[in-house]
Design a protein around this ligand. Structure first.
Ligand code: AMP
Ligand code: MG
Length: 481
């Protein structure tokens, strides 16, 4: 094929046990849903070329660009705490790496592109619903300022996939700083493959921590990025839902939009995922689970950290314990910004927790509660069953703001840039998916466009700010593989 894309084959150049080399499996009738023009340009790609029949053929896995070395990556992981020594890309193919306008490399991966040696019992395919969902959610997260994998494109396959029901098939093109996971390190550690661990560590440092000299530095880098990431999730009421070690990246990007959800009525125990029966990945547990996962990464890296195992354990443990302070400080930064504070005071944590407690008691919508702060006390207080309790909190908040001497205009600007008006509300995502399954992608396109500017007032789209009415509410999400 003549579509020329300058894919590099960095991961493909690693030894054979890192991956399986194979092409995507062609589909019967590729159809374009959407190409992300801006991201395409940032990757040096011509959006019109991607939308041409040749481009769509590539995005559907029907044609591999010249020079690309397509592979499925090997990895392992703990899923809901249970060890699985062999996962790997069961339905994804890495086409290669491209240079982003920011100077760093990005992986370009097709998801839903047919079976691989890692497919186990799966068909290697993806349903249209999960593909639209990942497109909407990952691009929304990006616009909200959260590190995340990105959506370059979504296409239909003209084929059906069999799940609980028969669904239209689709292929998603995911762009990521890399697809290295905690589980990639675990894969080699579990096999006592020190050579591979070292190679992987070098690869990860080159890609994500060029300043890092050692495995311990890499571990510290991952810990810092994850502390920052989870704090950002918490600041948006985001519940990942499946924080298995194969879904935790080395880059610090959010990955896997299977059962995730943005919380509406705030309660820290909230869980959406239908398979998370015990609430392991509930909103409030996310920082602790991150530590658990990072301890698995530390364990995998031990042999590279120090030849003396006791010494290795000691320094790795210390690094993992460092998460708590990093997270606390990132969390405070996030919530101070959400309260419009530009300076740091000891009592700020109490102020933030005080508001969260009121929100939980009244079951207030997480997003509206914070956006409401920008809209004035009259708007904010009405969200609470007992507005006077909010007023009491707001007095302390005002007093704290007064100490900063911030004027009203500056405060509003701070609050609107830290508290989004628009998030991908579950019922809106569901509506876009249902319409898409019936062949109407207009609601999907509208939702994606609204979520590109989550902090802007968009009066014409005010309906997208509203929580679900009881009959629209999505109370459970499904992994949807
Ligand atoms: P995920 O739930 O997407 O994190 O996937 C967990 C593991 O199952 C990964 O190894 C996936 O590649 C694999 N997997 C998920 N769905 C499929 C499928 N339909 N076919 C083959 N492998 C799959
Ligand atoms: Mg996954």
């Amino acid at each position: 094929m003549s579509l020329h894309i300058p894919f590099e084959a960095r991961y493909a150049a690693l030894p054979d046990r890192f991956h399986a080399q194979l092409a995507p499996t062609p589909v019967s009738a590729p159809g374009l849903i959407k190409v992300n023009h801006r991201l395409a340009r940032e990757l040096g790609l011509d959006p019109a070329a991607l939308e041409s029949p040749e481009g769509v053929a590539m995005l559907a896995g029907n044609a591999v660009p010249e020079g690309a070395v397509p592979i499925a990556q090997a990895y392992a992981g703990h899923q809901f705490g249970g060890w699985n020594p062999q996962l790997g890309d069961g339905r994804a193919i890495l086409l290669g790496e491209l240079r982003h306008a920011d100077g760093a490399l990005r992986d370009v991966q097709l998801k839903g592109s047919g079976p691989t040696p890692f497919s186990r019992m799966g068909d290697g395919r993806a349903g249209l619903g999960p593909v639209l969902r990942e497109y909407i959610l990952s691009e929304a997260m990006h616009a909200l300022g959260v590190p995340t994998t990105r959506a370059l494109a979504a296409v239909t396959t003209g084929e059906r996939v069999l799940r609980e029901q028969v669904l239209p098939g689709a292929v998603f093109t995911r762009v990521a700083s890399s697809h290295l996971r905690v589980g990639t390190f675990q894969f080699f550690a579990a096999r006592d493959d020190l050579d591979a661990l070292e190679t992987l560590c070098d690869f990860a440092r080159t890609r994500h921590d060029p300043e890092a000299d050692t495995a311990l530095d890499l571990l510290r880098g991952v810990i810092a990025r994850q502390a920052d990431l989870i704090a950002r999730w918490m600041g948006l009421g985001f519940i990942h839902g499946v924080m298995n070690t194969d879904n935790m990246t080395i880059s610090g990007e959010t990955i896997d939009y299977g059962p995730c959800a943005f919380m509406e009525a705030y309660h820290p125990d909230t869980v959406y995922s239908s398979i998370d029966r015990h609430g392991r990945y509930a909103y409030r547990n996310q920082p602790e689970i991150a530590v658990w996962n990072l301890a698995q990464l530390a364990t995998a890296l031990l042999p590279l950290i120090d030849a003396d195992q006791d010494r290795a354990i000691e320094v790795a443990t210390e690094a993992v314990h460092g998460f708590a302070d990093l997270y606390q400080s990132a969390w405070l930064d996030v919530f101070r910004a959400k309260l419009g504070l530009a300076t740091a005071r000891e009592e700020d944590a109490k102020l933030a927790h005080g508001l969260l407690r009121l929100m939980a008691e009244a079951g207030v919508d997480f997003t509206l509660a914070f956006r409401g702060l920008a809209e004035g006390q009259e708007v904010a207080r009405k969200l609470y069953a007992q507005p006077e309790i909010f007023d009491a909190w707001a007095r302390d908040w005002r007093a704290r703001l007064a100490e900063e001497g911030v004027d009203a205009e500056t405060l509003t600007a701070r609050l609107t840039s830290a508290n989004p008006a628009f998030i991908p509300r579950n019922h809106r995502v569901e509506q876009a998916i249902q319409a898409g399954m019936a062949g109407d992608f207009a609601p999907f396109h509208t939702l994606v466009a609204v979520l590109e500017r989550p902090f802007d007032d968009q009066p014409e789209h005010a309906a997208y700010m509203a929580p679900a009415r009881p009959e629209e509410a999505v109370r459970e999400t499904f992994c949807g593989t």
